[in-house]
Design a protein around this ligand. Structure first.
Ligand code: SF4
Ligand code: SF4
Ligand code: SF4
Ligand code: SF4
Ligand code: FES
Length: 869
């Protein structure tokens, strides 16, 4: 630590820390229009000038580093003069009428400007008015009336404004507002490793450009919005709600779109979320989120949500009061229990339900209804993976922490396309490769963006960063097995490594489609981890429990081979949905001898209570699932959307929207994320917890039982902390910190497990059907088959390798028919090398999960044929 004097006050800061950050952390205002905390300084705007005693002239605070005894002044007249002068040059290239107007402090939003009837573009007409860093900077530097350009030709007002790009649904780019601070370029390159934004042109023509200079959606931008967060002007803005995004309050919550569990800060206005930013609570996501976290709050409009409870009346579902709906549901369930016994009732809980909902639902099932038939649509996959982990470590709770990924020296990724399924986890892997020189082994038959990182990309940064590793030679390898050969590849790699390490070797000699040199290279890379850290990241298939379980065993074996008893800390398993782990921990697991979701949905129960789950979208063998739901004597659904499952119900309770709830989630690395109510209820919407409570009250009376169910999320969080194994530290207060992890016991000595590898799927001239979670499609949008579920319309295709397409006479974007022999799906073809020859890829949530019509219940690989439509 060093002692320095800042504006006359002695403070302490880390020696060598960027002075600008220390000044800000100290609560002192400093203009710094081109600096991004944590990144190398660009030193382009010169607005961060300060006086440093002993230095000649004023210094840039962003390039200065703290040292012992430093005396810094940010508040002298000379500093203000100099900053005003540089800011006036920046203003000269910006719409600055409001910025320098003497009336500025009197203007309120919506006021008509009395001063200037010729200029239409200024703060008062700008979507970023009152939330703009350039504007604040002008105010803090007292720029009102500062018009050194009076009477001169003004660059901004004299030149033709460049055209804005408003062609995509997420990100607007209005270059006439740009001050060329290059923050966006550096964020996209250094924080996201994407390089979609560049600094193009020279001198007066210098400008910000996307890709080759075209529209944003034609570049490789994946709409994470990181550049929006750093843009100090209105040049880059979130498109949804941009005119109303003047937030009244910010609410910290957790993303519900995958198991990384990024923490979000939701900007709220009039009881609705209008903007989302990263909330730095979760050290894994910290200042980054993905397109789903940032924009999917807006995927479904309020008008598309259920706002009234519904009760079946013949063929139709008709609106009903809560009392009537509770009465109808309770009567239906009581009739079934009295006629067929409590074990004829089942309860399904969504893998994105909160811990509190899951806990309350299983308590109601066990304690009041008296059934152990309780599961989730994600249950079979989670059970298969959990059993593999128990076999390896004696517990299904891994010790690994996704926050450690950035420090791993070797990373093995076993996933279909991690970039799309678990974006921020993929980002941390890219960080490790680009910033720390980690070596990467990717095992996947399908291309995902992490495959590009087997060689660190040359930095497109305008300010080369010293920590970056610039190497032309690949430091990683992509093992691309024949479709379906991933597990065999992991097993083969494990055997080769065991042989090299002199331990007991078991596993196949070779993997289908893998070059033996590549395999040897992968083994060499992993073996070369030495004293460094190995991370094995596995994202199991959400579509097949059989494949997921086998894959988890193979991944655990590989970890045990490489690091022995430390394997539980090296292996990261990423479930597809947000709260798969929490829901299971809460007891949403069928009891001994009871029925799991597959049995419940093949005639095993007569009544089903569905808490947010949507088996019609998530379960394979959809025809059978549909028939079994239709055959139920009672189907009670609690959901905020009128899903296909809800359509078949006898009673539907209108739930709050996902971001309208309090509660908690457990991420893939067992971190408890706090959900806080950001949105207000609309119409009759009721929190699922309250609905469960009302239902319990009614059932209690009709069944003549004594039962008590808390309906407040905070009370339930504390009840969970008291009663659920491992959760004693997860009280409401602890969960708020965002850093509580639930490790549930210590792993036992790590065990290798035998693998019964299936034959490589015989395709008999057909194509292997593959599926996984894609980046842009919203779960909620898909569950009501919204045409806007994928607002980018990028994932509404059957992906097909060009070689297979040529053989089948199928052209790019041409309509095709995909069939497994009993079902046909018609859609357009996208020809892409991302898909290995011999396979096709259909996104998991396309058309409300229609892929599940083609997938069999046992999760076996499916061969399909494709023909031109
Ligand atoms: S970007 Fe900021 S400074 Fe520029 S017009 Fe908009 S609100 Fe004003
Ligand atoms: S949205 Fe993300 S990927 Fe796109 S340009 Fe901005 S930082 Fe880059
Ligand atoms: S778009 Fe925004 S962040 Fe990028 S250079 Fe322009 S003003 Fe700076
Ligand atoms: S990575 Fe997952 S948790 Fe994070 S923002 Fe994206 S979808 Fe949400
Ligand atoms: S912040 Fe220091 S020069 Fe821009």
């Amino acid at each position: 630590m060093a002692k320095l004097t800042l504006d006359g006050n002695e403070i302490e800061a880390e020696a060598g820390a960027p002075l600008v950050e220390v000044i800000k952390q100290n609560g002192t205002f400093i203009s710094n229009l081109c600096y991004v905390d944590g990144l190398q300084p660009y030193a382009g705007c010169r607005t961060c000038l300060v006086e440093v005693e002993g230095a000649r002239g004023l210094q840039l605070a962003c390039t200065s580093r703290v040292n012992e005894g430093m005396v810094v002044r940010t508040d002298t007249a000379q500093v203000l003069d100099a900053r005003q002068a540089v800011l006036s040059i920046i203003n000269a290239n910006h719409s600055d009428r409001c910025l320098t107007c003497h009336r500025r402090v009197h203007c309120q939003p919506g006021d008509i400007c009395l001063r200037d009837d010729t200029v239409t573009h200024r703060c008062l007409t700008c979507a970023k008015n009152y939330r703009c860093e350039l504007q604040t900077t002008n105010e803090m530097l007292q720029m009102a009336n500062y018009e050194p350009w009076l009477g001169e030709d003004r660059t901004y007002y004299e030149s033709e404004p460049p055209e804005a790009d408003r062609a995509n649904p997420f990100l607007e780019f209005d270059p006439q507002m740009c001050i060329i601070c290059t923050r966006c370029v550096r964020a996209c390159d250094e924080l996201r490793h994407t390089g979609a934004v560049t600094l193009a042109g020279r001198g007066f023509d210098t400008r910000i450009a996307f890709g080759a200079g075209g529209a944003i959606h034609e570049s490789n931008c994946d709409f994470c919005g990181s550049c929006i967060d750093v843009c100090p002007t209105a040049t880059l803005l979130e498109k949804p709600n941009k005119w109303i995004a003047k937030t009244e309050t910010w609410v910290s919550t957790t993303c519900n779109s995958c198991s990384v569990g990024c923490t979000l800060s939701m900007g709220v206005r009039n009881g609705k979320v209008v903007m989302v930013k990263p909330d730095r609570l979760n050290p894994v996501s910290f200042d980054q989120i993905c397109v789903r976290g940032r924009f999917h709050y807006d995927a479904v409009k309020t008008r598309d949500r259920l706002t009234r409870h519904l009760v079946r009346d013949g063929d139709a579902l008709s609106p009903a009061t809560l009392e009537a709906a509770v009465g109808a549901a309770s009567k239906k369930l009581t009739d079934v229990i009295k006629a067929h016994g409590a074990e004829s009732v089942g309860v399904l809980v969504a893998p994105w339900a909160t811990n509190e909902e899951a806990y309350a639902a299983q308590k109601l099932a066990r304690g009041l209804i008296g059934t152990e038939n309780i599961d989730s649509s994600a249950g079979p996959v989670a059970t298969a993976v959990g059993e593999a982990l128990i076999g390896a470590f004696g517990t299904d709770a891994l010790q690994s922490d996704l926050a450690d990924l950035v420090n791993a020296s070797t990373i093995v990724v076993i996933a279909d396309d991690l970039e799309s399924s678990h974006n921020v986890a993929a980002l941390r892997i890219k960080d490790a490769v680009v910033n720390n020189g980690a070596r990467l082994v990717v095992i996947s038959s399908r291309y995902g963006e992490v495959c590009d990182f087997i060689a660190p990309p040359p930095s497109g940064s305008i300010m080369p960063s010293p920590q970056k590793v610039h190497s032309a030679a690949p430091t990683g390898v992509w093992l691309r097995p024949s479709p379906g050969g991933e597990t065999a590849t992991v097993a083969t790699l494990g055997r080769i490594l065991a042989t090299r390490l002199g331990s007991e070797a078991d596993g196949p000699d070779e993997a289908p489609g893998i070059d033996s040199d590549d395999m040897a290279r992968a083994a060499e890379i992993i073996q070369g981890t030495g004293e460094g850290t190995l991370a094995i990241v596995y994202a199991p298939s959400a579509a097949s429990a059989a494949l997921a379980g086998l894959g988890a065993r193979a991944a655990a074996n590989l970890a045990v081979t490489c690091v022995g008893d430390a394997a539980s800390s090296s292996l990261h398993i990423l479930p597809t949905e947000a709260n798969v782990l929490g829901v299971r921990d809460m007891g949403v697991v069928p009891g001994d001898g009871a029925r799991g979701v597959e049995e419940m949905l093949s005639g095993g129960v007569k009544a089903l209570v569905v808490v947010g789950d949507n088996p019609l979208m998530l379960m394979p063998n959809r025809d059978a699932v549909e028939a079994s739901l239709k055959a139920l004597d009672a189907l009670i659904v609690i959901d905020s959307l009128r899903t296909e499952t809800a359509e078949l119900a006898d009673v539907v309770f209108a739930d709050l929207p996902a971001y309208g709830k309090d509660g908690s989630f457990v991420s893939a690395d067992r971190r408890v994320g706090r959900l806080m109510r950001a949105e207000d209820a609309t119409g009759d919407q009721r929190d699922a917890l309250e609905t469960l409570g009302e239902l319990a009250q009614s059932l209690k009376a009709s069944l003549g039982k004594d039962f008590d169910l808390a309906t407040d999320a905070h009370d339930l969080t504390n009840e969970i902390a008291q009663h659920v194994e491992g959760y004693s530290g997860a009280t409401t207060a602890a969960v708020e910190s965002g850093r509580t992890r639930i490790l549930r016991g210590t792993p036992s000595a790590a065990q290798m497990q035998p693998l019964a590898l299936p034959e490589t799927p015989a395709t008999n001239g057909g194509l292997l059907l593959t599926t996984s979670r894609t980046l842009f499609t919203s779960l909620e949008g898909a569950s009501i088959k919204s045409e806007e579920a994928d607002k980018m319309h990028r994932e509404e295709f059957l992906e097909l390798n060009p070689a297979d397409a040529a053989a089948l006479g199928i052209g790019q974007n041409r309509p095709v028919i995909l069939t497994n022999g009993s079902h046909e799906i018609e859609l357009s073809a996208a020809l892409t090398d991302a898909v290995a020859p011999g396979s096709v890829f259909l996104p998991l949530y396309y058309e409300g999960g229609v892929v599940n019509r083609l997938l069999p219940a046992d999760g076996a690989p499916v061969t399909v044929s494709v023909r031109p439509a």
